[in-house]
Design a binder for this molecule. Structure first.
Ligand code: BV8
Ligand code: ZN
Length: 242
């Protein structure tokens, strides 16, 4: 059972605005591999080799194949009990915000409707030359090309690239205004995304981390609950509903 006492539950219950800041661990129980865990996808590759623009320009086919492989996985998985619990929180609180580093669209598919996608979305693609968006592309040709001749790339944020302004700004405001900030399934080492945790704390939010292991921020949070997101989040929701 979760390590939350009556006071913890009361504190959540009287929150007006709760933020769920999520990383790859949120989708692990849906079958989407994390990045840095023992079976993380980046153990086989290195982010520098794949999730950056120069690699794409040097070897667009290799980078495109990697995203096609991941897009195929995402298309065949479903939101887990953790995603569904976060979506159900919307019924019991005036304001719920999801800030995700994930590009897998699972929060939206679970029914969350106030989401900031800091690192983009693997279902969206655009032409690097004319910026035309392509959602369903014929993946026969690798990498696919736009009618203008430009390469088509996934609409995700690569290393060294800026986060979408509107997404980061919106997330920053939510982090500074909320009274409760859950950090779920993230190693909290990628910036500027991870700075939102510090912004929330500085603004007086209560920070609770849900993870299966200690992270760089565990000593910094108000509370750390060891456990899987797909188990802990539904348990917290049940307590709220009691
Ligand atoms: C930028 C999209 C400005 C693509 C991603 C040195 C110091 C500080 C910063 C830097 C630095 N050197 C470089 C930087 C900047 C760099 C950065 O932060 N690097 C890190 C690695 C040090 N950041 C950038 O480049 C950003 N842009 O700074 O721009 C700029 C612009 C121009 C010039 C200069 C500066 C852009 C970063 C975005 C990169 N794109 N993803 C794609 O996905 O292919 S990042 C990638 O990492 C994913 O988005 C992922 O979500 C994110 C963070 O990883 P996590 O989500 O935390 O996943 P991870 O596997 O690490 O952890 C999973 C956790 O879950 C673990 O803790 C595990 O225990 C837990 N878990 C597992 N199972 C469960 C669970 N928890 C609960 N339940 C479970 N079942
Ligand atoms: Zn084009």
């Amino acid at each position: 059972m979760i390590e939350l006492n009556k006071t913890d539950i009361e504190r959540i219950k009287c929150s007006r605005h709760i933020v769920f800041f999520t990383g790859a661990g949120m989708s692990a129980e849906s079958g989407v591999a994390t990045f840095r865990g023992k079976d993380g996808i980046w153990n086989k590759f290195r982010p520098e080799e794949l999730a950056n623009f120069d690699s794409f320009m040097k070897n667009p086919a290799m980078v495109w194949e990697w995203y096609s492989y991941r897009r195929d996985i995402v298309r065949h998985v479903i939101p887990n009990a953790g995603h569904l619990a976060i979506a159900e929180f919307q019924k019991y609180f005036p304001k719920i915000t999801v800030i995700t580093q994930n590009i897998d669209n699972l929060h939206k598919r679970a029914g969350s409707n106030n989401i900031f996608e800091l690192h983009g979305n693997i279902e969206r693609n655009y032409c690097i030359k004319c910026k035309t968006f392509y959602n369903d592309i014929e993946e026969r040709v690798v990498p696919p090309k736009c009618k203008c001749g430009g390469f088509i790339r996934p609409d995700v944020v690569w290393f060294g690239e800026y986060l979408p302004e509107d997404q980061y700004k919106g997330a920053e405001i939510a982090a500074s205004e909320c009274d409760y900030f859950f950090v779920v399934g993230t190693s909290a080492i990628v910036f500027p995304a991870a700075s939102l945790i510090y912004i929330a704390k500085k603004s007086g939010a209560f920070i609770t981390e849900i993870n299966i292991e200690e992270t760089d921020i565990s000593s910094f949070t108000n509370k750390t609950i060891m456990g899987k997101a797909g188990k802990i989040l539904p348990e917290i929701l049940e307590k709220i509903k009691e």
